[in-house]
Ligand binder design. Structure first.
Ligand SMILES: Cc1cc2nc3c(=O)[nH]c(=O)nc-3n(C[C@H](O)[C@H](O)[C@H](O)COP(=O)(O)OP(=O)(O)OC[C@H]3O[C@@H](n4cnc5c(N)ncnc54)[C@H](O)[C@@H]3O)c2cc1C
Length: 503
């Protein structure tokens, strides 16, 4: 352990440059803090925010109705206080930051009114969007804005590897700028590192969604919660290189059909295709297993005109007709680092916002188009709260980089094993008996990775370490929750045949 002679410091250090990180940085700077925004992304499209399609929910003047939909979609497990924070702050945050500050021009109707769309499990048309590429249209101006801000420095292609902690307080991170790690000290540290899609073989997320913030926080002793609630999106393209077919397609009338051409969702939920995500995802999987295929029938829409970006992706994969083969695919983590209504974690001076945080808004299942909103609202609240603390220089972990024997494809091969384990045991349905096996495989894998982490600071090794930590936490949370609720579906073990005296 060493402290450096000329340590780098910031008032507020934000890790991650999606909507949550940009919002936190903006709010902290508005509150007078000098902010350093560290991101391992090199381009904006390395963040899930840039990939978001359907849009961002507003309340459209009726916070209670949005709150009811969020709580219903969560199987009554969302925290009503957290939901109230979200819905009471939503419209003001969207208007102040996205419309007035960034000047985002959400789609309008021919009459010049905002064109609100609807998605599954929303009782109203209340979602603002730009084509079906809303994330790109939000994140790129947001990054430009924070980059131009006089009190914010954005540093790209720089990963946080470890938190610096001392006597229960967090003092910043060690980044990968130097091979032996570079300590960056901060008055407060805000994790905004996004989701965990890379833990699964099939995910809608970018490859670098490796759960870094959750793992770093958990390793430092922060509380985490609701990690068993991994949301699978019902309609990803069922082929090589899956991509998301936004819920807005079903919101505008697209239908799900099985291999016999039959529409099946009315048998599974009174809202049919617009039922909650977890219900639709399990129905799609059941029908795929029973009949061989499920397609999204977009013939009720003007598909090419209304969703040009998605239509182009289909054409790129040779789909010109109206029927797109779909399958559920890992999409979002409802749980994460446990935080309060200002994004404060259980560790002093550590905050978490966006998909890496568990605010309680999503409970066991997230309502469509509330994730961008949660990142925006909690990012702003945490950034404002985090301003005002002085950085303190303490001893930082001294990372090593001296083992020449790391096999070249070590990280890639272990990642593939991790993904196979997650796909097999921690997918849409969980078998309690098999969860113990998954835990054993993951623990062995983490042991192998830990052996190299002690001697190497390579980013991919740390990502693998983080993915192993989060995978183990998910397996543990799933094993500890015997109740099927929301995204967490527990299948009963086959009863063992009864033994008789003659057996
Ligand atoms: C295809 C797709 C479509 C979606 N559509 C919608 C939608 O229509 N509406 C909606 O509300 N939600 C949608 N979502 C979900 C939503 O986009 C995400 O949950 C949300 O954008 C997460 O924002 P975030 O800021 O928390 O994380 P992200 O946007 O993922 O940003 C995380 C950032 O952290 C950086 N990072 C990670 N680890 C480190 C590290 N160790 N050091 C430094 N930087 C690090 C990453 O590089 C990235 O910049 C969609 C998601 C996907 C994948």
């Amino acid at each position: 352990m060493t402290a450096t002679d000329n340590p780098e410091t910031a008032d507020v250090l934000v890790v991650g440059s999606g909507i949550a990180g940009c919002s936190a940085a903006l709010a902290a700077a508005r509150a007078g803090a000098e902010v350093l925004l560290l991101t391992k992304a090199e381009r904006p499209d390395d963040a899930s925010t840039d990939w978001a399609q359907g849009g961002i929910s507003t309340t459209r003047g009726d916070p209670a109705a949005l709150a009811d939909d969020i709580i219903a979609a969560s199987d009554d497990t969302a925290d009503p206080d957290a939901v109230d924070v979200l819905v009471e702050t939503a419209d003001e945050a969207v208007e102040d930051v996205l419309i007035d500050t960034l000047g985002i021009e959400f789609d309008e109707t021919a009459a010049g009114e905002l064109d609100y769309t609807r998605e599954a499990a929303h009782s109203e048309r209340r979602i603002l969007h730009v084509d079906a590429a809303t994330g790109t249209h939000i994140l790129r101006p947001f990054l430009n804005h924070v980059d131009d801000h006089e009190r914010i420095e954005v540093r790209q292609d720089t990963a946080a590897l470890e938190l610096i902690t001392h006597e229960g307080r967090v003092h910043g991170v060690v980044s990968d700028e130097k091979a032996t790690g570079t300590p960056i000290y901060a008055g407060t540290t805000i994790l905004a590192t996004g989701g965990i899609g890379a833990l699964y073989g099939q995910s809608t997320n970018p490859d670098d969604a490796t759960g870094d913030g959750i793992a770093m926080a958990a390793l430092a002793g922060a509380d985490v919660a609701d990690l068993e609630f991994v949301q699978f999106h019902p309609t990803a393209y069922a082929g090589k290189e899956p991509f998301l077919l936004s819920e807005a397609l079903r919101g505008e009338g697209a239908l799900l059909r099985n291999a016999h051409g039959e529409r099946f969702m009315p048998d599974y939920h009174p809202d049919a295709e617009l039922g909650p995500r977890d219900v639709v995802a399990r129905a799609v999987e059941t029908e795929r297993e029973a009949t061989g295929e499920v397609v999204l029938d977009v013939s009720p829409l003007e598909f090419g005109d209304e969703f040009p970006g998605i239509a182009q992706k289909c054409r790129d994969r040779g789909i010109d007709g109206n029927e797109i083969p779909v399958a559920p695919c890992e999409h979002f983590l409802c749980g994460g680092v446990a935080v309060d209504d200002r994004g404060r974690t259980s560790l002093d001076r550590l905050y978490a916002v966006g998909e890496c945080a568990r605010t309680g808004v999503h409970g066991a299942n997230r309502l469509a188009s509330t994730s961008l909103l949660e990142g925006l609202v909690w990012g702003l609240r945490a950034g404002e709260d985090a301003a005002g603390a002085e950085p303190e220089v303490v001893e930082a972990p001294d990372l090593r980089n001296r083992d020449p024997d790391l096999p070249e494809r070590f990280a890639a091969e272990k990642f593939a094993r991790l993904q196979r384990t997650m796909d097999e045991f921690l997918g849409l349905e969980r078998d309690p008996g098999e969860l113990a096996r998954a835990g054993a495989v993951l623990r062995r894998l983490k042991g192998e990775v830990d052996a190299y982490i002690r001697t190497r600071t390579a980013r991919d090794l740390y990502e693998l370490r983080n993915a192993c930590v989060v995978a183990l936490l998910i397996a543990r949370a799933a094993g500890e929750n015997p109740e099927s609720v929301g995204c967490h579906s527990v299948v009963e073990d086959e009863p063992a045949p009864e033994q008789t005296a003659n057996d």
